[in-house]
Design a protein around this ligand. Structure first.
Ligand code: PDD
Length: 284
């Protein structure tokens, strides 16, 4: 497995980062996850745009322009075996004496890129759907930043696992839906797809955008607006999206069936549309 670290490509075993790295000490950094199908990065430009948004959010200059990023990512794709991969990009504020304030003068950021094999959900999981639990969204007010400080998300996902579930659905202020611990969530009611708005309380998902574009292009009724906790519990269907899970049906919520407890009509429409879209983009 070949990784990229601070200007060099190397075997993962050879990679070293200082214990004083601010990513290690403070979680002071941001990341991206980009799926690669048939050796081509999916929506690279959109992922790099979101990376810029995250870097701006933590006031860290982007170490590379789009052309440089494209070069690094394509080289990592080339140097790793699997046809389908997911790229993990990780940028921290670099190595400095431990002090909460930014290093002054600034130090070089740490830039790390890893490739992992991408395994999309198997047919059994697409057919059964997944079980989720609702939990209180107790994270900060800048969830639009893809921060490497993921302790809240780690604890929320672990709560789901301990309840025998695949994902936690996050409810803010005991009132409305934000997203999943590592995914976006859609609600379906009476044939309409409902999506929470992209604001500071959720990560603007790249897959979320694709799903809304597909809905618009295929005359599927959809609305972007606050979705209440009650609407989550009264949903006909619930859907989960992320770069690694693509789109999945949520068929059990807090131990009770969602709708009839099986993946529904909206999932049956959107999943094949997503697969077709993916293949078409890769052919271009
Ligand atoms: N997570 N919301 C959160 C909190 C996430 O961590 C993710 C993705 C998403 C979905 O975004 P996208 O469709 O762009 O993948 C929403 C990635 C997969 C991860 O942390 O591994």
């Amino acid at each position: 497995m070949t990784i990229y670290l601070n200007g060099a490509f190397m075997p993962i075993e050879a990679a070293r980062v200082s214990v004083l790295d601010r990513g290690f000490i403070f979680g002071d950094g941001v990341y991206e996850v980009i799926p690669v199908y048939s050796r081509r990065a999916f929506r690279m430009a959109e992922h790099l745009k979101r990376l810029q948004h995250s870097l701006d959010g933590i006031k860290l200059p982007n170490p590379h322009n789009e052309r440089e990023w494209t070069g690094i990512l394509n080289e990592i794709i080339k140097r790793n075996e699997p046809e389908d991969q997911y790229l993990y990009l990780h940028i921290t504020r670099g190595v400095a004496k431990r002090d909460h304030a930014f290093p002054n003068p600034p130090v070089p950021p740490t830039v790390f890129v890893l490739s992992n094999p991408l395994t999309t959900p198997p047919p059994e999981l697409l057919a059964s759907g997944i079980a989720c639990v609702t939990v209180q969204d107790n994270r900060w007010l800048r969830c639009d930043i893809k921060s490497i400080a993921l302790l809240p998300n780690v604890l929320l996902r672990q709560a789901a696992v301990e309840a025998g579930c695949a994902e936690a659905i996050l409810i803010r202020d005991d009132a409305f839906l934000t997203e999943g611990a590592a995914s976006n969530i859609f609600v379906v009611k009476n044939g309409t797809l409902l999506a929470p708005p992209k604001d500071n309380l959720m990560l603007p998902g790249i897959t979320y955008d694709v799903i809304l574009e597909l809905a618009a292009a295929n005359n599927i009724p959809h609305k972007v607006r606050r979705v209440t906790k009650t609407e989550v519990f009264d949903a006909d269907e619930l859907l989960l999206t992320s770069s690694t899970k693509e789109v999945l049906a949520i068929t059990t919520l807090d131990g009770k069936p969602v709708g009839n407890g099986k993946p529904g009509a909206m999932f049956a429409k959107l999943h094949p549309l997503y697969q077709t879209f993916k293949r078409e983009v890769m052919r271009k």
